[in-house]
Ligand binder design. Structure first.
Ligand code: MG
Length: 369
């Protein structure tokens, strides 16, 4: 199963409502789609969204990484020796984790099609269905309260609230407003996206605890590089703390796990560089008794389908933040995961299960598989 061609396509699709975090506002989702073709007729798909403020990658850098580095490395390689391919991909290009993730998921798409298995079964097949939370963008307390109620009405029972954009005191008002509107039975998790200092984080989380606002976990309270600050927060509050932007690589995961700097880890294929590396992070965490969440960037259903196959296959991944495609005005692929409210079903078709891909704003249609 030798690779004979690699192509990329630029896609974009508007969001239904702007996505706002402490780091950025997104109104149009852009992405690079990658198609990998083998000499036995099997082809696989991957996706890499540009997330400058997190991975440092742009549309141009993703295309350049793929065409100038990954494509020359991958062409004529036999995918059945995939261990050596993934090892070489790690060393031929440092950083550029989303570009590598696109290639990685296209390779796994081909391999699992070759084995005639849906990817989640190829990887372990622990679950066939998972449930996602839904994200409330950071806005004024009133607007966030209204958004929260509208998502509950659509059937979501776990909300991920974005905070950390301005004064921490306003975050208390935001959560108080949301909790008062949605009642006690809905789970609330927070994501500060690095927006607090360690002291701000400790003060804010303790206040939320004292007021009985019942927060399940707080994601990435402090700057990505500040592992000592992350540990200070984790050691100082009862609420569980989750590392997100602090962990891209297995080595970074090991450091956080070794020093007990966080209680939980959020794994994203776009940070890890794909499924191969994401599995190592999950294995390290599992060995240390630390559960993982699987999440995504602002990605289309193509990238999310790969992430969901990975997440569903592993016992230690117990939380799923897979709402990004629900925020988009339309789908750019047919097949893949199926959303039914908060429930996500994995497809039975081999590989990712993508049956068609719309490139060039829906004008070009590529048959998949
Ligand atoms: Mg996060």
């Amino acid at each position: 199963m030798n690779i004979i061609n690699i192509e990329t396509f630029r896609v974009s699709v508007p969001l239904i409502k702007p996505f706002k975090t402490a780091l950025r506002t997104v109104e149009i989702a852009e992405s690079v789609y990658m198609k990998l073709t083998c000499d036995n007729g099997i082809s696989g798909w991957g996706e890499a969204p540009p997330t400058l403020v997190i991975t440092g990658e742009s549309m141009d850098s993703i295309e350049s990484s793929i065409h100038k580095v990954l494509k020359p490395m991958l062409l004529n390689k036999n995918l059945l020796h995939y261990e050596s391919i993934f090892q070489e991909m790690k060393t031929v290009l440092t950083g550029n984790s989303s570009a590598k993730a696109a290639a990685d998921m296209a390779i796994y798409d081909c391999l699992s099609q070759y084995c005639k298995l849906p990817l989640y079964q190829f990887l372990g097949g622990y679950r066939k269905e998972i449930e996602t939370d839904y994200t409330v963008s950071v806005n004024g307390p009133e607007e966030m309260g209204e958004d929260a109620v509208s998502y509950i009405k659509r059937g979501f029972n776990v909300l991920k609230i974005k905070v950390g954009k301005d004064q921490a005191a306003l975050d208390i008002d935001r959560i108080t407003e949301i909790r008062s509107r949605i009642g006690k039975d809905i789970k609330i998790r927070l994501d500060a996206n690095q927006g607090w200092t360690p002291k701000e984080a400790i003060r804010t989380i303790r206040t939320l605890e004292d007021r009985g606002l019942d927060i399940e976990l707080v994601e990435q309270p402090v700057k990505a590089h500040d592992i000592e600050g992350l540990k200070q927060v984790t050691d100082s509050v009862e609420t569980k703390i989750m590392a997100d932007e602090s962990i891209f690589t297995p080595k970074q995961a090991f450091e956080v796990l070794k020093t007990r700097s966080a209680d939980l880890i959020n794994i994203k294929l776009m940070k890890a560089g794909g499924i191969y590396q994401a599995q190592i992070i999950n294995n390290l965490a599992e060995a240390c008794g630390v559960e993982c969440m699987a999440g995504s960037m602002i990605e289309t259903k193509l990238g999310l389908t790969a992430a969901a196959h990975f997440a569903a296959s592993k016992k230690n991944i117990t939380r799923f933040d897979f709402d990004a495609p629900l925020m988009l005005a339309r789908d750019l692929v047919e097949g893949g995961i199926v959303y039914n409210g908060r429930r996500i079903s994995l497809p039975d078709a081999p590989g990712l299960g993508i049956s068609a891909v719309y490139t060039e704003g829906g004008k070009g249609i590529e048959s998949a598989g």
